[in-house]
Design a protein. Structure first.
Length: 155
């Protein structure tokens, strides 16, 4: 990630969660075994010229392909995203839903990567937007990037 930032000129942000540390287990509350709501997030290092934020949450350990759990963009610039908050436009995840769907692995421990992007624009995308379309639309607008990885094993 640091090498990519150096090569592209994209700045790095710090993404953290008061509920779990990087590479630690995600509390049940934020999973399909709990109440399945998005966790609170803290963002540091947002560039002053950022116009919006975007988040992609995905599971690279899914059996077939990386599984998308949440897509949200046009989040107003903020350093604090409250739990169960969806201030922005939500796209279509791989569950076929337009909202956060928490960790729910079939077996074993999976990694859940929360990616945050600071963008220099507001994106005009339809509500059925998928990850590939979001990534394409924001690719030339990314000012900064950060990520947080959480772990989960189904109970």
């Amino acid at each position: 990630m640091i090498q990519l930032a150096k090569e592209t000129g994209i700045r790095l942000m710090q993404l953290s969660c008061p509920a779990f540390a990087n590479n630690e287990f995600i509390p049940v509350k934020y999973t399909c075994d709990g109440i399945n709501q998005s966790p609170p997030l803290e963002i540091e290092g947002i560039p002053e010229d950022a116009k919006s934020l975007a988040i992609i949450v995905e599971d690279p350990d899914a059996p077939i392909n990386t599984w998308v759990h949440w897509l949200i963009w046009n989040i107003p610039v903020t350093h604090h995203i409250k739990e169960n908050s969806a201030r922005g436009s939500q796209g279509m995840n791989d569950f076929g839903r337009r909202f956060y769907c928490g960790p729910c692995p079939i077996s074993g421990i999976h990694h859940y990567i929360f990616k945050i992007y600071a963008l220099d624009t507001i994106l005009n995308l339809p509500i059925n937007t998928k990850k590939i379309e979001l990534e394409r639309a924001m690719s030339v607008h990314i000012l900064a990037f950060g990520q947080l990885t959480g772990l989960y094993k189904k109970k």
